[in-house]
Design a protein around this ligand. Structure first.
Ligand code: HEM
Length: 416
């Protein structure tokens, strides 16, 4: 155990109450009549499932993937996950990572960059990549190979749509951090990195600045960077039956340690805005099969009208084209349902082309990636009109274990 983690654990345990910067509360409504403090909203950390999946999308994303350093032992990993659980439990509930002002010349356990900001609905969602179980040459790195879920297979190539950067793809452990303040997200990742020193190295990270999908009936549908409302026909996190059917791993799915968990697929999808900006409004709308301004299907008039895939114009031409994104992605065509929870990203200017390097950091949660994301993406890869305007530049898949009880820790079901 590294020194910094040992100090972090003791600091966190002994002085929790004194260090709290905001008491945990499940909503941002304060005492009757009192104005809510900005940023004071918390999302419960403990539960049957990890937070950050069905949680209504927050405003910001910081996704980070780590690799385990050579020489690390399984016991180091389980200790780290316990440390991270303590950290996440505290940060998500508005507490500091540890002592901000230690006596005796020691560095503070918490660097202080989020002091006074509040938890801002922070969620930290942890997942394990296939490489944690087996190396590419088949080596059982940490004695976990026998527990590798059958569903945790490498995502296949989707042909010319994929221009994947391996350095920005996959990883042993992935953490999705979401909240409503970018500095709070940074604070979380900073302390994850700091407490994992000597055990993990950061592999890649991705910032997202606005949700590209709504995941709750209480939210207005946001817009993606192509200007379209995104999330209209998404699954809703409140729909427990849909979550059981499409998102949560059931006891019969196996392995047992994943019951109550889910699988997270992340795809960094570059949008070729320079091409999109030259498409007429009609072409843009037929690409998706929806109207740009109000989000209605081309077969309807308001956003939440059902897609009428049989609707035809006077010449017998389908109103929602056969190649339209929503026709192909709709469950009646594809047979697939998943929970989309992606974010818009903008990573400056592409040094080679001089164009904006921006798009959608697509995230989807599902019960089985092979029969959900991969199946759907294989269908889209061949015919989706959207393909003219996008390139997939990174790919990752993580097995997200179930949530934790009051005395539990993330990944306990895998390591014990
Ligand atoms: C840059 C890439 C993408 C963009 C800009 C995009 C945008 C959109 C938009 C605007 C809609 C219509 C609104 C809605 O119902 O949410 C939609 C629907 C949908 N998209 Fe995408 N999408 C992208 C990639 C993907 C990918 C990679 C998948 C899965 C493999 C996917 C799956 C879906 C599904 C399932 C629907 C709902 C279809 C329905 O039931 O009506 N999308 N997308």
């Amino acid at each position: 155990m590294s020194l910094s983690r040992r100090r972090f654990l003791t600091g966190a345990g002994g002085t929790a109450a004194a260090l709290a910067i905001g008491a945990g509360c499940s909503t941002d409504s304060g005492p009757a009549g009192a104005a809510a403090r900005p940023g004071s909203t918390t999302v419960p950390f403990e539960g049957e499932h990890q937070a950050g999946v069905t949680t209504a999308t927050q405003q910001r994303l910081l996704f980070v993937a780590f690799d385990v350093l050579p020489g690390t032992q399984p016991a180091d990993l389980s200790l780290l996950l316990q440390t991270w659980t303590t950290l996440a439990r505290r940060l998500t509930q508005g507490q500091t990572a540890g002592n901000t002002a230690p006596a005796g010349g020691a560095p503070p356990d918490d660097n202080g960059e989020a002091l006074g900001l509040g938890p801002n609905s922070l969620t930290m969602t942890f997942g394990f990549g296939r490489s944690l179980f087996v190396a590419t040459d088949g080596t059982d790195r940490f004695g976990l190979a026998a527990k590798l879920p059958a569903a945790l297979q490498d995502i296949p190539s989707f042909g010319s749509l994929d221009v994947l950067d391996p350095q920005r793809s996959n990883g042993d452990i992935g953490v999705q951090i979401c909240c409503d303040d970018p500095q709070v997200a940074f604070h979380a990742v900073h302390h994850l990195a700091r407490t994992s020193k000597g055990v993990l190295t950061a592999r890649w990270s991705q910032l997202g600045f606005g949700p590209s999908s709504s995941t709750s009936t209480k939210q207005t549908t946001p817009r993606n960077l192509m200007g379209f409302k995104d999330g209209t026909n998404n699954l809703n996190g409140e729909d427990r039956a849909a979550m059981t059917e499409a998102v949560w791993v059931g006891a019969s799915d196996g392995p047992a340690w994943m019951t109550g968990g889910t699988y997270l697929v992340a795809r960094r999808i570059r949008i070729l805005l320079e091409v999109w900006d030259r498409a007429s409004l009609t072409d843009q709308q037929t690409t998706f099969g929806r109207k740009k301004l109000n989000g209605a299907p081309l077969s309807g008039s308001t956003e939440f009208d059902d897609l009428d895939l049989d609707n035809k114009d006077r010449d017998g031409v389908p109103t929602i084209p056969l190649t339209a994104h929503v026709r192909l992605a709709h469950p009646t065509t594809s047979g697939v349902k998943l929970l989309r929870r992606g974010y818009n990203y903008a990573d400056g200017i592409d040094a080679v082309t001089g164009q904006l390097d921006s798009g959608l950091f697509f995230i989807a949660f599902q019960r089985n990636p092979a029969t959900q994301f991969v199946e759907l993406q294989q269908q889209l890869a061949h015919v989706d009109a959207l393909n003219e305007y996008i390139k997939h530049t990174s790919s990752a898949l993580f097995a997200v274990p179930p949530g934790v009880a009051a005395d539990g820790w993330i990944g306990r079901s895998l390591f014990e």
